[in-house]
Write a protein that binds this ligand. Structure first.
Ligand code: AOF
Ligand code: ZN
Length: 373
């Protein structure tokens, strides 16, 4: 009998790896014999054993003839760890119930095929939708090799991210702000524009102990970042990239870059049109791990102001939008989440698909997926 409760448990286990497995997926596994759980595990950290092997290591009795519920197709390749298919066969597991398919070209159906050929009964797509929701980042990154970008902003009920005077502390309540902290350790990178640095002097780190802080990515076309800002002062502790669009041979660039690098920042120039950063190219560099001193980045939380958000949308790099909405009204000329020229007609609007609505304290979180993404 195939039982939803065991896959639900596997999903719950998978979530425990959140923030630590990137660029690997969140995966959970439960081994069941005669309706009893005899082993469970999850992928805890990139480079460490996969969920299936952890579940096998935790067995309380032999797995011969047992069922394995796993949220992702078992791998069949030698990566940082040996193939899970081998462990499943060695332990004579009789049936494997799989949630998500693995789009990793090294696996992609081959894991399931190897098990079937060896006589294991394989059931695919069981609770696939629920399992797929664990890994939007992995599914995007493993095929595109560019970071999955989530645009996040907090606005009032009348659509303002700052008041007339530019003040933005605070718009949403404490619980919503705690959720933003969680988002920061879920994704590998956090991106903001120089406007935000100059206005707020933010740290862009994770305050909770024992959590990984994201790589800070500052878009700063003309390299205006003040050398005494908090980001520069903490660059030795928190990896930071400053991205500009300057002439790489110019003395202005070379001199400031030298000083910033001495302070521990990584500086790159990725020039695009109109003296701005080429965000598409920047995503290729970050996804490929091509920026010296910074590992590959599979996901980015974009905490931009209206100008950077507009550029990111124009460049087509945004996959998801998370809009926090506070029950307040600023009125007047306050700033909005997306500036730029905007469309002329409603029919020209950029389309999003509403994916989820959550109430957080007195605020709302609306989550949208970019169409075609
Ligand atoms: C699984 N279970 O728990 C995970 C899987 O470099 P490695 O050895 O860690 O392999 C990474 C790849 O293995 C990853 O891209 C994905 O295809 C698969 N991840 N597979 O069966 C797991 N984390
Ligand atoms: Zn594996």
């Amino acid at each position: 009998m195939t039982d939803r409760r065991f896959m639900e448990r596997a999903i719950e286990l998978a979530r425990q790896g959140k923030g630590w497995t990137n660029p690997n997926p969140l995966v959970g596994a439960v081994i069941v014999k005669d309706g009893r759980v005899i082993g469970e595990g999850y992928h805890a950290r990139c480079g460490e054993p996969h969920a299936e092997r952890n579940a096998i290591a935790a067995l309380t009795e032999p797995a011969e003839g047992a069922d394995l519920y796993v949220t992702l197709e078992p791998c069949c390749h030698q990566g940082k760890t040996p193939p899970c298919t081998e462990a499943i066969l060695e332990h004579k597991i009789a049936r494997v119930i799989i949630g998500s398919r693995d789009p990793n070209p090294k696996v992609a159906g081959k894991g399931a095929a190897i098990l079937r050929e060896a006589g294991v009964c394989v059931e695919e797509d069981f609770m696939r939708e629920e399992c797929d929701r664990l890994n939007p980042v992995f599914f995007h990154y493993i095929t595109e090799k560019r970071p999955y970008v989530v645009m996040k902003y907090a606005m009032t009920a009348d659509g303002k991210i700052a008041s007339r005077t530019g003040a933005s502390k605070w718009i949403t309540g404490e619980e919503a702000r705690a959720r933003v902290q969680e988002l920061r350790w879920t994704y590998m990178g956090i991106m903001a524009g120089i406007g935000t640095v100059l206005a707020d002097d933010p740290l862009l780190t994770v305050r909770e102990e024992g959590r990984r802080s994201p790589v800070r990515i500052i878009c700063d076309s003309r390299l205006r970042i003040p050398e005494d800002c908090r980001i520069c002062r903490t660059a030795r502790t928190y990896p930071t990239v400053v991205v500009c669009a300057m002439d790489e041979a110019g003395t202005d660039y070379l001199e400031k870059r030298k000083r910033l690098q001495e302070a521990g920042l990584h500086v790159v120039s990725v020039p695009g049109e109109k003296g701005q950063v080429d965000l598409g190219r920047l995503m290729e560099l970050l996804g490929g791990g091509d920026i010296p001193g910074i590992g590959a980045v599979d996901s980015i939380l974009l905490e931009g102001g209206g100008i950077l958000n507009d550029s990111a949308l124009q460049a087509g790099i945004v996959r998801e939008v998370k809009a926090f909405i506070a029950p307040k009204i600023f009125g007047g000329g306050g700033r909005t989440p997306v500036e730029g020229t905007g469309v002329e007609l409603p029919s020209e609007a950029r389309r999003l698909r509403l994916d989820k609505i959550t109430r957080i304290g007195g605020d709302l979180l609306l989550e949208y997926l970019a169409e075609g993404g």
